[in-house]
Design a protein around this ligand. Structure first.
Ligand SMILES: [Zn+2]
Length: 341
């Protein structure tokens, strides 16, 4: 149901739209128009670079819009397909979920060709764009809900060749941490669909909240170019952390449900530990205060495992069941590269 003026086989640079049929009360024949840039230049890999899966995660959207403006065909080897704001209605509204149908694009895969809108976007990615790609990049951040220590992220796929290619790409972001995680909140994720199609999947959690520091923008913009160079779709030599005068990235994993701390009660969350700091199991990482019962002792949120605090809640106002902390333990590269978990 989605149409486009883009010809994915044509050489050179094209700027166009994915047109998604969409009716609303003031326009029966309307389309949602999702911007897409495709640059095709001779032989090489196809990389599909995506941001704005969640509308309130702006870092990747800005980085991809800038890149799409700046690149010329001579800078590319192969094909680079860029969609800076995949969930355009959510990006315009600054929300995680689409205001058009209330759906989370990152829970909508493999998608539904008959709609609603979010399901149609997922379906087009699953059936048209993923099959074209060798590499699928999906840039996330914590959005309004979570503050993440800026890191590249990945799942431990069972195919070791695919997994090792994903680890190498994750390292090319040159972030302080490479985070290996599990999904604790549902199915239908974009990266999982792309992984199941055998793609090298590259994901991030680059910061969070609604105010993004300059150094986080700089990190994602330089990391994005470095990863695309590493993949061979941009010409040039990728830089290592060593060349940048930095220590090696630390590989960390949160593979157990208890690594993800959920608020047992609603209230006002106070954090006690800075992001990226190491904590021990049992250490107090936050408190929940009760507006209606200031006489009541705040609820203690303690780490259930030892490791680095990689994410914490962004807004203080917290509902029961919200994630208020993610603890991630250092893992050695060899076991992550070869072991079954
Ligand atoms: Zn996200």
């Amino acid at each position: 149901m989605i149409s486009t003026s883009i010809n994915y086989e044509r050489q050179g640079k094209q700027q166009g739209y994915l047109r998604v049929p969409y009716s609303y009360n003031l326009a029966g024949w309307a389309n949602l128009m999702i911007p897409i840039t495709v640059i095709n230049n001779g032989p090489g890999p196809t990389v599909l670079a995506l941001a704005g899966n969640h509308g309130d995660e702006y870092q990747g959207q800005i980085a991809l819009m800038k890149l799409a403006r700046e690149l010329t065909p001579e800078m590319v080897s192969g094909r680079l397909i860029m969609i800076p704001s995949m969930n355009l209605p959510a990006a315009k509204a600054g929300t995680r979920l689409s205001p058009v149908d209330g759906m989370n694009l990152n829970r909508a895969f493999p998608g539904k060709p008959e709609g609603p809108v979010t399901g149609m976007i997922a379906d087009y990615l699953t059936r048209v764009l993923f099959p074209l790609a060798d590499v699928v990049m999906d840039m996330h951040a914590g959005g309004r809900g979570l503050l993440f220590y800026p890191c590249s992220t990945m799942h431990l796929v069972s195919d070791l060749k695919q997994r090792n290619a994903m680890i190498d790409a994750a390292l090319a972001w040159n972030t302080d941490f490479v985070f290996v995680g599990i999904e604790i909140a549902g199915s239908g994720l974009l990266p999982v669909e792309a992984e199941n199609q055998g793609k090298i999947v590259i994901t991030t959690e680059l910061g969070g909240g609604e105010s993004i520091p300059a150094e986080v923008h700089a990190l994602i913009q330089s990391g994005l170019r470095n990863v695309l160079t590493h993949c061979g779709v941009l010409k040039g030599q990728p830089k290592t952390r060593q060349q940048l005068g930095k220590p090696d990235s630390i590989l960390v994993a949160s593979l157990h449900e208890h690594d993800y701390l959920l608020a047992p009660e609603s209230g006002i969350f106070e954090t006690h530990v800075s992001l990226g700091k190491r904590v021990e199991a049992g250490e107090l990482i936050g408190s929940i205060h009760f507006l209606e019962r200031p006489d009541r002792e705040p609820l203690r949120i303690e780490a259930q495992s030892g490791g680095f605090l990689l994410a914490t809640r962004a807004p203080c106002l917290t509902q029961q069941g919200d994630c208020v902390g993610v603890i991630s333990e250092e893992v050695d590269a060899q076991s992550i590269r070869s072991k079954t978990f």
